[in-house]
Design a protein around this ligand. Sequence first.
Ligand code: SF4
Ligand code: SF4
Ligand code: FES
Length: 249
Amino acid sequence: MPDKSVLFKIRRQSNPGAQAHWEEFELAWHPGMNVISSMMEIARNPVTRDGKQTTPITYDSNCLEEVCGSCAMLINGRARMACSALVDNLEKPIVLEPLSKFPVIRDLAVDRSVLFENLKRVQAWVPVDGTYDLGSGPRLTMKEQEAAYPLSRCISCCCCMEVCPQFNEQTGFVGAATISQVRLFNTHPTGAALKHERLLALMGDGGIQECGYAQNCVEACPKDIPLTRSISEVGGQVMKQAIGDLFRQ
Ligand code: SF4
Ligand code: SF4
Ligand code: FES
């Protein structure tokens, strides 16, 4: 090893049912290294620190610029994106683990489909599908666009769910990302057609009332999405609708 090296301690698991174990890798330091580029280096030469030949680390990544959301993992115990985690800014040894609240597929790759199921549950889309020309939609003012843009930056990384004390099997809580997408689509003039159904989906078990407002989510979000603001706003919409529905009965 050259003078300067970087030590990685990585939690490995060969399949969803296998026992997890740790392996250590020592890489030569070079400027600009990040966690994903280090995984690529290990893939080129998968040999552990003590000289044992092993398999490359399995992990998800795609864009390498914090846009696709796929590379979320625990880095030194913190849920964050591996492609923007610069080695020079991390404490050593660098400890890598898969997100803890999602089923492990292999090594650092986890199954995050629960978020996509939750987005389907609240119909997080603008309902414009059809076989005929619907014409142009209503125009959004600049003010509406500016309000929607921060919410549209969600990359489905699931960091907000990983750090949320309420996101667990007992509560079945949908989590902050889904609630924030409800806010986004409820404020869209065409998306608002499904507002009632979306808010209904957030009532009852696993709904918005499970949020304890601990605010871990907003701290962890790599895209600085105003999640607690979304939770307050959507919570108000749910409450208003529940009271209205009661009086309409
Ligand atoms: S405010 Fe707290 S309980 Fe609510 S979604 Fe965020 S982290 Fe979870
Ligand atoms: S709200 Fe933020 S932390 Fe949560 S999935 Fe979206 S980008 Fe990730
Ligand atoms: S690889 Fe796309 S966000 Fe990291």
